[in-house]
Design a protein around this ligand. Structure first.
Ligand SMILES: Cc1ncc(COP(=O)(O)O)c(C=O)c1O
Length: 362
């Protein structure tokens, strides 16, 4: 058991009426619960000052290292309410371990897995009233993060670091039914290169992705599809916040191998479930030309993107400089929807959790 994050309850929580109004239409990332978890780190004291207290702004010196050198990492996971009122997390240990890997890459101190889990669970317990009811596939989105708060100028690892967890109620990702997206294959921007920070979940990766997102929007696409930085073969990597998977006519579920992409929890889940759904999981490089030819000759029947926010987003087409091709008949694939529903059934306790992935909080 990790050390507790003692609760100092806020004196000014949202009223029941305010919270109910928010929960009736939370959207995504717009509202936050009453409390936040936090802890501080210095080389001398290690992790200390663990607590759950009122959600409030930080007071940071203008030279705080994060503001200049982006020494920051984060995680994203969800708490799900089941029909019997209980509240569960899905594979949070995976997020705790990825947070440690990201910390190593950004020269931040590693947070013990038990501290990660305890802070997340104690925050959910403090703000249980904010976990939406089970209907409509709503959830409480949890955002743990860590940043360099030390005040100094100069490029070196900071010696004062803050860890926090905030939570935000999230409505259904596809309120009017699951729809497919067309991905913009950027030939201007790449996301990661070998030896870079592609495998880390650090804020800088997302800052660098914004120009590519604007480019995608300008071409009528919601999301970007990145190619690898090596150029040459033009291998597909991942989307802005989701891993790429495809289904082949001969029953394979293929996804690019690890190295420069984020090791998604949903990606790993889908690979583990593939066999149960009659598909063979395969991790290998996927070139744009292979996907284009496969989409045209029918070897590739479905494409989807996998990530915590949407679980599974059907990909119905790809657009790039001077080309546009469609996957299948341009509508969400059958296997894609089967996988999506299966993962959601596990999240919401509607099917047996045969892999022991769910962790009860309340
Ligand atoms: C770049 C990127 N790839 C993939 C993912 C999917 O990861 P996960 O399934 O753990 O949410 C995310 C979301 O965290 C992401 O930001």
């Amino acid at each position: 058991m990790g050390r507790a994050f003692p609760l100092l309850r806020t004196q000014t929580p949202a009223s029941d009426a305010e919270r109910s109004a928010i929960l009736s239409d939370p959207g995504f990332g717009r509202y936050f619960t009453d409390h936040m978890a936090s802890a501080a780190w210095t080389p001398a004291d290690g992790w200390h000052d663990r607590r759950i207290a009122a959600l409030e702004p930080y007071s940071l010196h203008p030279s705080a290292a994060v503001l200049h050198y982006a020494q920051e990492i984060f995680e994203g996971l969800k708490a799900y309410r089941h029909a019997d009122g209980s509240v569960w997390l899905f594979r949070p240990e995976q997020n705790a371990r990825r947070f440690q890997r990201s910390a190593r890459r950004l020269a931040l101190p590693e947070l013990p897995e038990e501290d990660f889990l305890t802070s997340v669970e104690d925050l959910i317990r403090a703000d249980e009233a904010w976990v939406p009811a089970t209907q409509g596939e709503q959830s409480l989105y949890i955002r743990p993060f860590m940043f360099a708060s030390e005040a100094f100028l100069g490029v070196r690892p900071a010696e004062r670091v803050i860890y926090s967890v905030i939570a935000s109620p999230a409505g259904p990702y596809f309120p009017s039914g699951v729809s497919g997206v067309t991905l913009w294959v950027s030939s201007t921007y790449t996301r990661a290169a070998p030896g870079g920070t592609g495998e880390a979940k650090c804020g800088g990766n997302y800052a660098a992705s914004l120009a590519a997102q604007i480019e995608a929007r300008e071409h009528g696409c919601d999301q970007v599809m990145y190619l690898d930085a090596a150029g040459g073969a033009g291998n597909l990597e991942e989307s802005g916040t989701m891993n790429l998977c495809l289904v082949t006519a001969d029953g394979e579920l293929v996804t690019p191998g690890l190295g420069t992409i984020l090791e998604g929890v949903t990606r790993d889940t889908v690979l583990a479930l593939a066999g149960d759904l009659g598909l063979t999981p395969v991790e290998r490089s996927l070139s744009l030309s292979e996907v284009r030819a496969g989409a045209e000759n029918g070897d590739i029947t479905e494409v989807f993107a996998a990530g915590t926010a949407a679980v599974v987003t059907p990909v119905v087409g790809f657009k790039g400089d001077g080309y546009h091709f469609t996957i299948g008949d341009g509508t969400p694939g059958k296997k894609t929807l089967e996988i999506r529903n299966h993962v959601l059934d596990i999240h919401y306790g509607r099917t047996e959790d045969t892999y022991g992935w769910m962790r009860r909080v309340i």
